[in-house]
Design a protein around this ligand. Structure first.
Ligand code: AMP
Ligand code: MG
Length: 431
């Protein structure tokens, strides 16, 4: 009898993957927007970027030295130096005016355009320029002491980027290098997928806003801040709508205020004993499912679509109230949703294999996420549980840099066992 109950109970539960699949099937990639380069870090490029000119646009020198014809230095050696006459000086940013002919050279700086007639640059260290300068005489000619291969130290036009080439592809995540490339093409702005606006509501009569005087029996609302900063970390724009007491009118008002967002996140009020009010308020606004997800912490989660203005639908994620549960659920379901909305395609948090230095107990066939400190010693990763693992113990999350996983079908992981660990501070682009 007990056994049967146990099985039927689990049949109603969603696996973490099933829950994530449903969330990801619901949220859509947002529209593109134009952003200044400095405001686009981490956003996803919304169109291919084609070069309108070569980079470099002109062949130029890779060294300070002498631009000349290779024939002028053929056979040059310390014993048989070749003497060339200096006919001009070219600085970076200048255009050469005089053509280089056999037996002549232009004094040229790094980045300066190669003059007509020249095909090779001899760095000044391979000449007697220094000695001549030390003698205090104007340098009208120099002796070259080595024959370099034809084309040495000449950077050809278009070496980095060729005109007409797709330099950056749609879908790329903009990092400093990509933003530098855009600047090198002369762009000031870039078309990217916009960031999601995320409305955040805390619910519960026991909550006080940080900054208010503490009252007996009350707790400060930490979820709003942890969730809002997680939203920021993953590229969203958080809007703190504050605390809704467990009252219909207040819940309605807060939901109304959050309905303009791209994603609405609430915390608490989703556990079975408690969900009635929040459930009713949400159901007035749309279609919300209350899920039992096979994970610990964070079993009760709500997800749905609320009716926004003008027929728009707004995805809603209802996180559990316990602070660790809220963060772990956000990590597993909210974070990938936010990333998808931004056009990202790599949604998985990097997972490593580590040797467990403690025990993780799995009492009821859920996927257990234990807060651990991961260290690396002699090329191996070790994961040490942070201590008691109650979902109310937010400091256990503050100590951790990883979530070690005990799979659904494994009753316990012991010291010395290998475990998978989600690396909380590694980004999704990590290999
Ligand atoms: P509930 O889901 O409403 O039953 O809440 C579960 C637990 O999470 C309770 O102990 C709440 O006091 C706590 N809790 C709910 N909301 C918050 C919040 N915003 N910040 C910190 N703790 C919270
Ligand atoms: Mg509550």
């Amino acid at each position: 009898m007990e056994r049967h109950e146990h099985l039927s109970h689990h049949a109603d539960m969603l696996s973490v993957e099933e829950a994530l699949e449903r969330v990801l099937a619901t949220v859509q990639v947002l529209e593109p927007e134009e952003r200044p380069l400095l405001g686009a870090l981490g956003q996803v490029l919304a169109e291919d970027v084609v070069a309108e000119f070569d980079i470099p646009s002109l062949a130029n020198s890779a060294m300070d030295g002498y631009a000349l014809q290779h024939t002028s230095i053929r056979g040059a050696s310390p014993q048989t130096p070749r003497v060339v006459k200096i006919i001009s000086e070219i600085w970076a940013g200048q255009l050469p005016t005089r053509e280089v002919t056999p037996g002549t050279a232009a004094h040229i700086m790094t980045g300066a355009p190669i003059p007509k007639g020249a095909d090779t640059v001899v760095p000044f260290e391979l000449t007697d320029e220094r000695e001549r300068r030390a003698a205090g005489k104007p340098v009208a000619e120099v002796s070259v002491y080595r024959e370099l291969p034809l084309g040495s130290h000449v950077r050809p036009a278009g070496e980095d980027v060729a005109r007409g080439q797709v330099v950056l592809h749609r879908g790329s995540v903009l990092r400093p290098a990509e933003l530098g490339v855009l600047a090198s093409l002369g762009h000031l702005r870039v078309k990217v997928i916009r960031r999601p606006e995320v409305a955040i509501i805390a619910t519960g009569n026991e909550l006080l806003a940080p900054g208010q005087p503490l009252e007996q029996g009350k707790i400060y609302d930490s979820n709003s801040y942890a969730i809002a900063t997680a939203v920021l970390r993953y590229g969203g724009i958080p809007h703190l709508l504050g605390i809704a007491r467990d009252e219909m009118e207040e819940l309605r008002r807060k939901l109304e205020a959050g309905i303009h967002a791209d994603l609405l996140v609430t915390s608490a009020g989703v556990s079975t004993g408690e969900s009635d009010l929040v459930r009713r308020a949400l159901e007035e606004r749309g279609k919300v499912e209350f899920w039992s997800v096979r994970m610990r912490p964070a079993k009760p989660i709500a997800f749905g679509l609320l009716q926004g203005p003008g027929g728009r639908v707004v995805p809603h994620l209802g996180l559990p109230g316990n602070p660790v549960s809220a963060l772990v659920a956000f990590e597993e379901l909210g974070r990938p949703a936010l990333l998808k909305m931004q056009g990202r395609t790599r949604l998985a948090k990097p997972t490593i294999r580590a040797v467990l230095e403690g025990t993780i107990v799995n009492r009821d066939h859920r996927r257990v996420y234990a807060r651990v400190v991961v260290t690396q010693r002699d090329g191996k990763y070790y994961a040490c549980p942070t201590g008691p693992q109650g979902s109310n113990l937010l400091t256990s999350m503050a100590l951790a840099n990883g979530l070690a996983i005990c799979p659904e079908n494994v009753p316990a992981k012991h010291a010395g066992d290998e475990v998978e660990v989600r690396m909380l501070d590694w980004n999704e682009e990590t290999l």
